[in-house]
Design a binder for this molecule. Structure first.
Ligand code: GUN
Length: 303
């Protein structure tokens, strides 16, 4: 039995951000414009603080301008909306990202809908969701985790995914639905499965590409994976790890990784699979957004 190909998301993300950095340098040389990414963090959520710090660090590494706004937990909806309006109008800001989740007093949908779709580097605005649904990828900004997931699938299977059966487990607006639409755009036959799906193990076992985006640690078992299938694990779950010592934890995906190794042809690890791609694609979106705002031609796709 041959060992599966472990899809090294960290290395692939590094090659993508290297390419973005050289494109940013070229843009700056040719137009004098430095792409600017504004990141807004409201409150003190520890995981969000880590994510935001990583986004800022990567923007700087790619040669972009990082504009950080850290607001207190008590920020009102009106105050946040006013900041978004200011960033919408600021020509030096090409991408706007409001880190989620937001405190209870703020309506997330209202904030996300106020971000100008052209600056919506998360790809969460209904206009961008609609453009993706309509297949207008040249006009949309694509959500980062789904775009990164498809890029990784292509690194395992090659550029042409047509005719593959993709089973996406999970139907969230930020991962399940958009990744299904991207795979459809790649001419896959796509099935979206969820908590009410009947005989999920049997369905999963028909997948050439199995995308796990349910948010339940190690739910997808090894014997649900068809021999040779490509497994893209979007889950990031923290579980107790008493073997590492009392009170210790570790990160696992939505897939039982050890079990899946026996059947998968290729698989993304957690951590080090889809996770690093999310930030890489965010950088890609910021560059795309800047070029569009400057009226410049599109560059070759990163995936
Ligand atoms: N919180 C967790 N993941 C994300 C993300 O991709 N974008 C934003 N804005 N918030 C998040």
């Amino acid at each position: 039995m041959s060992e599966p190909f472990i899809i090294d998301g960290k290395a692939i993300a590094a090659s993508v951000t290297d390419e973005i950095a050289s494109r940013v340098a070229r843009l700056q040389k040719e137009s004098g414009v430095q792409p600017g990414l504004a990141v807004v963090l409201v409150g003190e959520d520890p995981a969000s603080q880590v994510y935001v710090r990583n986004k800022e660090r990567m923007a700087l590494k790619c040669g972009m301008n990082s504009i950080m706004h850290r607001l207190p937990e008590t920020t009102s909806e009106a105050e946040l909306l006013a900041l978004v309006a200011e960033l919408n109008a600021d020509e030096a800001v090409h991408g706007i990202l409001v880190q989620l989740p937001l405190p209870k007093q703020i309506d997330e949908g209202k904030v996300l809908e106020l971000i100008r779709p052209e600056k919506d580097v998360d790809g969460f605005h209904p206009i961008n969701a609609g453009l993706l649904g309509a297949g207008a990828l040249d006009k949309a900004l694509l959500p980062c985790t789904p775009a990164g997931s498809v890029l990784l699938a292509k690194r395992a299977l090659g550029q042409d995914l047509s005719g593959k059966h993709a089973v996406v487990i999970g139907r969230s607006n930020i991962v399940g639905k958009p990744v299904a639409q991207l795979l459809l755009q790649e001419n896959c036959t796509v099935t979206i499965a969820h908590s009410r799906t009947q005989d999920l193990p049997a369905l999963a076992a028909t997948a050439d590409i199995l995308v796990a985006a349910v948010g339940r640690p190690q739910m997808i078992k090894g014997d649900w994976v068809k021999k040779g299938a490509t497994v893209i694990d979007v889950g990031i779950n923290r579980i107790p790890a008493p073997e590492k010592g009392e009170g210790k934890t570790r990160l696992v995906g939505d897939v039982d990784y050890e079990g899946a190794l026996a059947n998968a042809g290729a698989i993304t690890p957690v951590p080090g699979g889809v996770g690093p791609m999310t930030i890489a694609m965010l950088m890609g979106n910021t560059l795309i957004a800047a070029r569009r705002q400057l009226g410049l031609a599109a560059e070759p796709a990163l995936f």
